[in-house]
Write a protein of this length. Sequence first.
Length: 367
Amino acid sequence: MGLGIGLVGLPNVGKSTTFNALTKAQNAESANYPFCTIEPNKAVVPVPDTRLEELAKIVNPERIQHSTLDFVDIAGLVKGASKGEGLGNKFLSNIRETEVILQIVRCFEDENITHVEGSINPVRDIEIIETELLLADMDALEKRITTLQKKAKGNDRDAKLQLPVAQALLAHLESEQPASTFPDRENEGFITLLRDLRLLSNKEIMYGANVDEDGLAEDNEYVQALKAYAAERNREVIKLCAKVEEEMVEFDDEEKMEMLESLGVNESGLDQIIRKGFEKLGLMSYFTAGVKEVRSWTIKQGTTAPKAAAVIHNDFEKGFIRAEVISYEDFIACGGEQGAKEAGKMRLEGKEYIVQDGDVMHFRFNV
């Protein structure tokens, strides 16, 4: 769907290792969810969903197709990125094209891996990156304000409306507050500025706490500090060991679970990142289930049935008549479509129906 999650981080924090684990080895034939690398810094990542396997047990399809997410490995950042230091300009332009930021933060000691700042301090590392996002936004906003002032002098109505909002937003950023906490978010001028400038500090942020093996089962001091910082800002922290995740890319499901259990955890950090990222993007899945394939289709939460049908093919929306809908729970409990029909669990829904996560659907249309 073109909705991306950008991986960012300082050098030597485990960002590249995490991305390598996400993309998986291309020759990993045992991989359950084969990953597709589109270009060197982008991957399309299947969203783990055990419901598909349960549907497949009933339908016995030829193939299973998962929903997917785009992950973008963004150029490493250093202090001064907003002023063009390092690969700063590339870093910032790539972030603008993503919807959610996943910041990989180093939360482990290793004398063999040098930290660019000389010590391990996850909160400091976060503040370096988020300061650069703020500075870049301030620079973009200052340029926009200069343009708006010139237009306002010429009695441009839109410029006159936007200018005071832009000035208030700049003051907000200068107080070291991100655009995401700007109080007048419903203002039309603010919405226009967001759309035009794609402000970096307005994006959703998740933190990936990269720990060593010992840090997976129990939070170390660095993870504790990170979680406290994130809690104050209502942000998600997902703990992972990038090194372990990369080692597990060749494992089958059973081997993977054995490894995780031996480390005191029951879910892969990468699986959590993918799942949480899907939610942060406001996405959900509905299913189609036939002998050719059991498939998960990605839609925005709150999507109507015709718009959901258009994800399969535009003609489905144009000629939409109605949708046959069975909830996932009813489909499983009744042993499939026929059992659900006999139990009265299949519903016919019209154009106003809001699709629910996990709906098993069949569309009737005429073009």
